[in-house]
Design a protein around this ligand. Structure first.
Ligand code: PLP
Length: 341
């Protein structure tokens, strides 16, 4: 049976050309800062995000955890949205490792704004309160259905964070999807943040790695924390080369994933098991509302080779990515339209 795997954009495998670039990568001991390929990737990341410094890390989770650890501690809190990856899928590292109390805000599609944030901001003027030290937003928002942060909202949030002396972080695991969908450069987005973590191993198609970018001093501290939590990888240029290849060759292709996601959404509305507002599909994530238990639809799709993820009692997620060809998507659309759930 042919498998159409829409579970995540993390399942892509490196192409032959990417593997060749990895094989041929010049390497050195990255803990000594001597891996020229890692250094090149970090320089590229600075150029792309407009930040002073960058650090190659093992994963998006590590790239989020490091800033949380730098800012965390006794009597400190983080503001983020209820559906954020940091809260949902990062094993409570925010609390258990970084010692930050997450103050979460319920927000439409996970998109925070100044009014929402200003209601929960806390200072430790009162000795029993914990101080808000960080605001973290997710762009694009995974559980929000791949939604992009409106640039004006980011601008306003960043301004607010600076006025209140709060660190602003973007979990930009899929920031390239936002950049392509909004037709603005990553730099234009990251102008409104202190730090950003982006992933190479999602839609960009590299096998491993993320990059944390920010001010020089912050990244210097991040380097020690990376070592502390086991991320001091030595000849990591081998994997960084996959990331460089992805940045040089794969960014524009995200547009294809976005179009494929719209096709999937349209097919869902023509089918009989769920509905979705197609206008809400801005990038490569499609979260539809199933009419009945999502688990039933999930099993039914699985039985015909279409892999998805249950994202709630009545929510099913499809993610498009570069290992799904246009004909894979076309065939899946036909299955979606005809399947009786
Ligand atoms: C929005 C977001 N942030 C962070 C991560 C964590 O990335 P990783 O799986 O590389 O730890 C993910 C992973 O899917 C994600 O979707």
């Amino acid at each position: 049976m042919k498998i159409y795997d829409f579970r995540s954009d993390t399942i892509t495998k490196p192409s032959d050309a990417m593997r060749k670039a990895m094989y041929e990568a010049e390497v050195g001991d990255n803990v000594y800062g001597e891996d020229v390929t890692v250094n090149k990737l970090q320089d590229m990341a600075c150029e792309i995000t407009g930040k002073e410094a960058a650090l190659f890390v093992s994963s998006g989770t590590m790239g989020n955890l490091i800033p949380l650890m730098i800012l965390g501690g006794y009597r400190k809190s983080l503001i983020t949205d209820t559906e954020s990856h940091i809260v949902h899928y990062e094993l409570s590292g925010v609390a258990s490792i970084a010692s930050l109390m997450p103050v979460t805000i319920e927000a439409e599609k996970g998109i925070l704004n100044k009014d929402l944030v200003s209601k929960v901001i806390a200072t430790n003027e009162d000795y029993s309160m914990s101080n808000t030290v960080m605001i973290s937003v997710e762009n694009t928002h995974n559980r929000g259905g791949g939604i992009c942060y409106p640039i004006e909202t980011l601008k306003e949030l960043f301004k607010f964070s600076k006025e209140n002396d709060i660190h602003f972080h973007i979990d930009g695991a899929r920031i390239f999807n936002a950049s392509v969908a909004q037709k603005i450069s990553v730099k234009e987005i990251t102008k409104y943040t202190d730090t950003v973590t982006f992933c190479l191993s999602k839609g960009l198609g590299a096998p491993i790695g993320s990059v944390l970018c920010g001010p020089k001093e912050f990244i210097e501290e991040a380097m020690s924390i990376r070592k502390l939590i086991g991320g001091g990888l030595r000849q990591s240029g081998i994997v960084a080369a996959g990331g460089i290849y992805a940045l040089e060759n794969h960014i524009a292709d995200l547009e294809i994933d976005h179009k494929n996601a719209k096709d999937i959404a349209n097919a869902i509305n023509e089918g009989s098991f769920a509905k979705i507002n197609v206008a809400d599909v801005e990038t490569n994530i499609v979260i539809c509302d199933t009419f009945d238990d999502a688990q039933v639809a999930y099993e039914k799709f699985k039985s015909v080779g279409v892999r998805t993820i249950v994202f709630g009692k009545k929510k099913l997620r499809f993610v498009t990515h570069r290992d799904l060809t246009s004909s894979d998507v076309k065939e899946t659309c036909e299955i979606i339209k005809s399947l009786k759930v």
